[in-house]
Design a protein around this ligand. Structure first.
Ligand code: PBG
Length: 329
């Protein structure tokens, strides 16, 4: 200190920013197409391609249209998709969620037949399949935990039977990773990994998703099962519990408002960490860009790079195709 060796004007960080090649050499975080997981909404019917009003370039696809969409997705080199169901029929038990000839099960079969190399993940949660829109079974206005676990487990097994490569539970019931793991193992699917939504916050950023998947709760909210946005330590605890229940990948969701949680979970586990760049994060950028207030692709790349920098190995994003196009030049 003060000897002129360790500070300005001897020290000049700008030296390593002087050219594109130098900047490339010292870049610490790099987004890669292999990091991307593309979420897709599957609905009933044929030839259906319904635009989601609050999410530009996002659609609800019938199974045949998903196959068309996947031509482009696989062409771009995106390794994985995550399927969400938008069923026309809902009930109080989730019968359509666990049916071997259900919407997602049929979609998985058709996709794996045509794109055997693609990693097909499936969302396991009941909100889209239950008429009240909560993520678990209910009694009165109580969301039941233990009663929900076997239904989630059956749903996971039926997805695996259809050919799903990875199961992704997003319901936030306690103990569901363990329940799903033991059901998968018992049914002969011990090689099917689980990507757990470990720290899933009760977030306003899911607004546009509820438009896309039509699973908004009909009473109350999700704050008795999703996490309080104020809690980071609890997010780490949830992730470590899922690690102990044999999750293969732990996920934090949403991503951008929870970069500190991603960072802390990254420090505390050796498992791959994923982050979900959710619908509201997507729509906000689009809305501002459509107003001419910011540059869409520049901000998109900055946000996803920041998620990577915070410690995520994998990113679920509706921007996946655009990001892949940018990365592929
Ligand atoms: C359902 C589920 C939600 C999302 C993923 N799975 C909505 C919610 O919990 O209300 C949100 C995804 C997004 O906003 O992009 N459990």
């Amino acid at each position: 200190m003060g000897n002129g060796q360790t500070q300005f004007p001897t020290v000049r960080p700008r030296r390593l920013r002087a050219s594109p090649a130098l900047r490339r050499m010292v870049r610490e975080s790099q987004l890669h197409v292999d990091d991307l997981i593309y979420p897709l909404f599957v609905t009933a019917g044929e030839g259906v391609r319904n635009p989601v009003a609050s999410m530009p370039e996002v659609y609800q696809f019938s199974v045949d249209e998903v196959l068309n969409e996947l031509e482009e997705v696989t062409e771009l080199g995106i390794p994985a998709i995550d399927l969400f169901g938008v069923p026309l029929e809902k009930d109080l038990e989730g019968r359509h969620a666990v049916a071997d000839d259900g919407l997602i099960q049929r979609a998985v079969k058709a996709i794996k037949e045509k794109f055997p190399e693609l990693v097909v993940m499936t969302d396991v949660c009941l909100c889209e399949w239950l008429s009240h829109g909560h993520c678990g079974l209910v009694r009165g206005e109580t969301i039941l935990n233990d009663e929900t676990l076997p239904v989630l487990a059956r749903m996971a097994v039926s997805h695996a039977r259809a050919g799903a490569d990875m199961i992704s539970p997003s319901d936030m019931m306690d103990g569901r990773v363990q329940a799903i793991r033991s059901a998968l193992d018992g049914a002969g699917f011990s090689n099917v990994p689980i990507m757990a939504y470990s720290a899933k916050y009760a977030s306003g950023f899911y607004g546009p998703f509820r438009d896309a998947a039509q699973g908004a709760p009909q009473f109350g909210d999700r704050s008795t099962y999703q996490m309080d946005p104020a809690n980071a330590r609890e997010g780490v605890r949830e992730a470590l519990l899922d690690v102990a229940e044999a999750a293969d990948i732990v996920m934090i969701k949403p991503a951008l408002a929870y970069l500190d949680v991603i960072w802390q979970v990254r420090q505390r586990t050796l498992l791959p960490v994923a982050a979900y760049n959710v619908s509201g994060e997507y729509s906000m950028i689009w809305a501002a860009a459509n107003n001419g207030w910011l540059e869409l692709e520049r901000v998109m790349m900055e946000c996803l790079t920041s998620i990577k920098r915070a410690g995520a190995d994998l990113i679920l994003s509706y921007f996946s195709k655009r990001v892949a196009r940018v990365l592929n030049g």
